[in-house]
Write a protein of this length. Sequence first.
Length: 104
Amino acid sequence: MGSKSRKDKYARAGPMEANVDKMEAQLKLWARQIDVLAARPGKTGAKVRIEYLQNIDELKLRRAVAQVKVDEFKAAGIGKWEKLKGGIELAWSDLEAAFRDMKL
């Protein structure tokens, strides 16, 4: 039984490292929300629809960047948090801002 569970691994980590599972859950939620937004039928003119679809593409891109940052952190381990922290926080805030700015 030499392997430790993921929960045990993060129990010894700092506050941000312990939240990796929460970050991944939030990323999954955002992915579902993006899918719902993308599936909405166009109720307006072509120009507005194009802008809406561009906003969806931007959400997808920012979500992918945030996922990459979380994956980098997980691969690097808890010892590299300080080095990766800024990138994760920036990607996270960019994605949150994109959702706030999305014209629903």
